[in-house]
Design a protein around this ligand. Structure first.
Ligand SMILES: Nc1ncnc2c1ncn2[C@@H]1O[C@H](COP(=O)(O)OP(=O)(O)OP(=O)(O)O)[C@@H](O)[C@H]1O
Ligand SMILES: [Mg+2]
Length: 249
């Protein structure tokens, strides 16, 4: 059974950082292989996971329409094209969504793409989807089912407000979400305002300011190799255990 985890929140609160550290924590705790999905058109998850520049799936729509399928169904051709664009690592693979549907929305192709992605997802123990800021993917209902919706917020009223709005949208859209969690991240260090109430969203964890993260990022090193003693990696490890603790694995 694949556990599908979606990460969302306001811009710049640490969604990609949390996603990369969560992938690391899952692998460390033996939940592998993991599929990391970069659903931000401004793709950058690959940088934190040590992958080369990705070939996004977004351009597949045009490629598929132009392809000579030689008798194979469009679905089969698309499946092969998706497979080719999965960047493979040891325990972690990565797919990058790229830009969304433009003005010419090929809905038939999009629905094939969704089907093909859910089949792909089925071959992993866990799928971690790093979303762009805002609610684009949720409102397009690109994810049919989410086991864990993790809302990352910095400890400010705006960060928290965005988390609540996204939580409410998922409910309004009727997306089946197993559990919704809040993660309070402190990307700014000591100047943070504290004491912002979490509201009714259960708190999954609190990630401390960790100066090794920007350093690691500047050095172009994979977050998969960050030692477990880093305060942020340690905190995300606790969150992963809390999240999966209730699941039969
Ligand atoms: N706990 C932390 N400690 C130190 N730095 C952090 C922490 N969390 C995030 N950062 C830094 O904050 C910056 C923004 O983080 P990140 O890119 O993960 O945010 P994001 O929510 O994915 O942004 P976007 O909305 O643009 O996708 C990065 O430079 C990252 O290294
Ligand atoms: Mg990001």
């Amino acid at each position: 059974m694949t556990t599908l985890i979606a990460i969302a929140g306001k811009g710049g609160v640490g969604k990609t950082t949390f996603s990369a550290l969560l992938v690391r924590a899952l692998v460390e705790s033996g939940v592998r292989p993991v599929l990391a999905v970069d659903a931000d058109p401004n793709a950058n998850l690959h940088l934190l996971l040590g992958f080369p520049p990705p070939q996004p799936l977004g351009t597949l729509r045009e490629d598929l329409l132009a392809a000579d399928s030689g008798g194979a169904s469009k679905g089969e051709v698309l499946e092969a094209m998706v497979q080719q664009r999965v960047a493979e690592g040891d325990d972690v693979d990565l797919v990058t969504m790229g830009r969304g549907e433009g003005p010419g929305c090929y809905c038939y192709v999009n629905s094939l793409l969704r089907q093909s992605l859910s089949r792909l997802a089925g071959s992993y123990r866990a799928v971690v989807v790093d979303n762009e800021a805002g609610m684009e993917h949720l409102s397009r209902r690109n994810l049919r089912r989410i086991d864990h919706l993790v809302l990352v917020a910095d400890p400010t009223p705006r960060g928290m407000g965005a988390a609540r709005t996204i939580r409410d949208l998922a409910v309004q859209l009727g997306i089946p979400v197993g559990k919704t969690w809040l993660v309070r991240n402190r990307p700014f260090g000591k100047g943070d305002r504290t004491g912002v109430p979490e509201g009714e969203i259960p708190l999954l964890g609190e990630i401390p300011y960790d100066p090794s993260l920007p350093e690691w990022e500047r050095g172009g090193r994979s977050f998969l190799d960050i030692p477990g003693s880093s305060p942020a990696a340690e905190a995300v490890g606790r969150s992963a255990r809390e999240m999966l603790g209730g699941e039969k694995r």
